[in-house]
Design a protein around this ligand. Structure first.
Ligand SMILES: [Zn+2]
Length: 365
C-alpha cells in the first residue's frame, strides 16, 4: 500500500503530500466529498505518512512503508464499518448505567483516535470531543504526531463548540481531520480555522478502469452501469450491490410497464405482493423507490434529447420504448405519486397497498 493506491484526485493528493514534505499541512483539515469518494482512505494514508517509522518517498514526495508497526496498526482501522460495528457491540454488552456514559471510538494505535458519529442519533457528541481534549495536549507516545479523524460532520451543538475551542489553539504535534459530504454542515468558525480539501467525483471512464481491476467478476457492460450509478465515487462503485439493484430494477420496470401499457395487472400484483411490512420490507421498498426514481430520470433524459445522460445504459432499448409512451406530464405525475408512496411509508401504510395504488393511479386512460 502507498499513495499510488489512491484512485483519482491526483492533483489534490499531490498538493497534500507537498504540504507534508514542507511540514506545512494545516492542523485542521476538512476532507470534503461525496460518500465513497475516498475521504477516509486518504485520511488514513496521510496519517500513516505522518507517523511512519521508516518513511519513504515516491515521486519525490513523502509516502509510507505500510509494514512498520505504526503503519500496520493504523491499517487495522481501515475497515471502518467493521470496527464501528465492534465498538457498538462492545457498548451493547455493558451494564446499562455504563452503556449510557460510553461513547464510541475506533482506536487501533495509541496516538490515532477515530471518532465516528455516535448512534442512535448518529451525531458527534460532546463526550467524544472531551476525549479528544483529554489527550490532545500530551505529546504522542509512539508516533511523531497525534492524529484525530472525525468521520462525520454532524455535531451536537455543545460538541461543535468544544471542538472550536481545540481548533483555536491546537498543539503543534496534533492534526485533526474532519470528513464531510457537506462542509456547510460545520460551523463557519470551524471551517475558517481549517483547510478545506475537496475530493471531486471521478469521470465514468476512470471508475470503469478502477472496476476492471477490482471487480473482474463484472463484465464491461456491468462495469459501465455501476460506474454511472455510483456517480464518480470509487468506494461506492466497488461495493455496489449489483444483484439487488438489478432485482429491484426488474420489478420497477414491471410497475412502469404495467402503468403505461398493460391492461392486465396480474404481473404488477405479483410484484407488489412480495413487498412486506417490517424492517426488511422497508429496505426493499426504499430500494425499489430509489430505482423507480432513477428510471423516471432516465426517461426524462431520453425525452429531452440527452440520451448520453441516461444511467441505466444496459437497458437503453427498453427505456426508449417506455419513453415513447411517457411524456413529461406523465413523468412529473409519476414522481409526485412516488413522493406520496414515500410519505405513506413513513406513516407505515401497508407497502403493497400503496405500491398498487401508485401503479394503478398512473394508468393511461
Ligand atoms: Zn510505516
Amino acid at each position: 500500500m502507498s499513495f499510488a493506491d489512491f484512485h483519482g484526485n491526483a492533483g489534490v493528493v499531490h498538493r497534500l503530500r507537498e504540504m507534508l514534505a514542507r511540514h506545512h499541512l494545516p492542523q485542521a483539515v476538512i476532507l470534503a466529498g461525496p460518500s465513497g469518494s475516498g475521504k477516509y482512505t486518504l485520511a488514513l494514508m496521510l496519517t500513516k505518512a505522518m507517523t511512519c517509522l521508516s518513511p519513504s518517498t515516491t515521486d519525490g514526495l513523502p509516502d509510507f512503508c505500510g509494514t512498520c508497526s505504526n503503519c500496520v496498526r493504523i491499517a487495522q482501522s481501515k475497515d471502518l464499518e467493521a470496527r464501528f460495528a465492534e465498538a457498538v457491540e462492545a457498548r451493547e454488552a455493558l451494564r446499562e448505567a455504563d452503556r449510557k456514559e460510553t461513547r464510541l471510538f475506533v482506536q487501533t494505535h495509541p496516538d490515532v483516535l477515530i471518532i465516528p458519529p455516535d448512534p442512535p442519533q448518529m451525531m458527534i457528541k460532546v463526550d467524544q470531543v472531551r476525549r479528544v481534549i483529554e489527550s490532545i495536549y500530551f505529546r504522542p507516545g509512539e508516533a511523531k504526531e497525534r492524529v484525530y479523524i472525525f468521520t462525520g460532520s454532524a455535531f451536537m451543538k455543545e460538541a461543535a463548540n468544544s471542538l472550536l475551542k481545540v481548533l483555536e489553539e491546537p498543539p503543534e504535534f496534533a492534526t485533526i481531520f474532519l470528513l464531510t459530504e457537506n462542509p456547510g454542515e460545520l460551523l463557519p468558525t470551524i471551517r475558517s480555522r481549517s483547510m478545506i480539501v475537496s475530493l471531486a467525483a471521478l469521470p465514468d471512464e476512470q471508475v470503469e478502469k478502477y472496476l476492471a481491476k477490482h471487480r473482474p467478476d463484472w463484465n464491461a457492460k456491468q462495469r459501465a452501469l455501476v460506474a454511472r450509478l455510483s456517480e464518480g465515487a470509487v468506494g461506492r462503485a466497488r461495493s455496489f450491490d449489483l444483484a439487488s439493484y438489478t432485482a429491484a430494477r426488474t420489478q420497477a420496470l414491471t410497475i412502469l410497464n404495467s402503468a403505461l401499457r398493460a391492461a392486465d395487472h396480474s404481473e404488477l400484483f405479483k410484484v407488489t405482493e412480495t413487498y412486506r411490512a417490517g424492517a426488511e420490507g422497508r429496505d426493499k421498498t426504499e430500494n425499489l423507490l430509489r430505482t423507480l426514481y432513477s428510471l423516471l430520470q432516465d426517461l426524462t433524459f431520453l425525452n429531452s434529447g440527452t440520451p448520453e445522460l441516461v444511467r441505466n445504459t444496459d437497458i437503453q432499448a427498453e427505456l426508449k420504448k417506455l419513453a415513447e409512451s411517457a411524456d413529461f406530464a406523465w413523468i412529473a405525475l409519476a414522481a409526485d405519486r412516488l413522493a406520496e408512496v414515500e410519505r405513506g411509508m413513513r406513516r407505515n401504510l401497508l407497502r403493497s397497498l400503496s405500491l398498487d395504488a401508485f401503479a394503478t393511479a398512473l394508468e393511461r386512460g
